[in-house]
Design a protein around this ligand. Sequence first.
Ligand code: PLP
Length: 397
Amino acid sequence: MIVSEKMYELGSKRSAIRELFEYGKQRAAIVGPENVYDFSLGNPTVPAPDCVNEAIRELTEELDSISLHGYTSAQGDIEMRQAVADYLNKTYETNFKADNFYITMGAAASLSVCFKALTMSPEDEFIAIAPFFPEYQVFVQAAGAKFVVVPADTTEFQINMEALEKAITPHTKGIIVNSPNNPSGAVYNENTIKELAALLEKKSAEIGHPIFLISDEPYREIAYDGVEVPYMTKYYNNTLVCYSYSKSLSLPGERIGFVLVPDEVTESKAVYAAIAGSGRALGYVCAPSLFQKVIVKCIGNTGDVNLYKKNRDLLYEGLTKIGYECFKPDGAFYMFVKALEEDSEAFCEKAKEEDLLIVSATGFGCPGYVRISYCVDEEMIKRSFGAFERLYQKYQK
Ligand code: PLP
């Protein structure tokens, strides 16, 4: 082979979720799209708020081509960085400055940049808490570090602190957390965050170097019923925030987000410089110019989160009524459901026979469960209950 075997493998194998999505398209051509219940992808279905298109119209009318489409500063325009700092300070009573932000092409870029910036040796380890977004493993390994998994707390989907404590070694560089969570929909409560912060303080002192908390937050604004999503930097100094507008503003195709390195981080200037260096090395410089300007105009807006909440309520009530054991999500747009047999892959195959496309959570580090993505059309959820019922009945014999 004349190319990297690892990269070849990553590029030629589709993710299980993408595979299922493609299968859904094939089935739709055969049985009709109304008879396929595709709950596979996390592509926001709520439209971007009106301010996005208004901002694009205004900007394209007001600005010349170079101001609009030219390169920005490598770390992102000062205007966007200042707007983000001001917004967070106002919302969470923090004290950030424009220089604490590095603008990226979404959370995937933010995470990749962080792992590469922090990795000093192939022995370095990053810990993810199951269930987790599977791409973390790809990003960590691409940075040349080891990926370690802590098993899920399957009662509340908070953090199994004992298991986390056991997983921390002198090689631990960082812990990745994601709240509201993909795939469980859980939101870490303040108690969990305080316990986590205390544990990381204690273990950092024990191993003699900081353990970074890498907080992946694309779903921060998607939380229901007034559930609080505490701002992590207020609880633990060595927190790096990876944020994205993909979900909050329904802009996943536009690739815009940031890394936040607060002043409270140990050697924060060096960490920021390494983030910028890592962005440079990976080619994540000068995030899309137009969308940096759109964010300045739209910051603080979101798509209509209530539409996701309506879907959550509809799906949760429908599935629990049939008899499924569901974890009621407080945020994001995923529902975590116990498979009706131990082998969740086999369960998903049985679901496919009913044209129900749901994802086994094995790839999320939590076998025995499935993820149902409910950022879908409400009517599809209603139509799907017959298929969920037939699937349930198959297991009652
Ligand atoms: N992190 C989580 C938990 C996600 O669910 C996703 C996308 O689905 C990402 C990161 C990547 O987001 P982005 O589109 O901003 O790269």
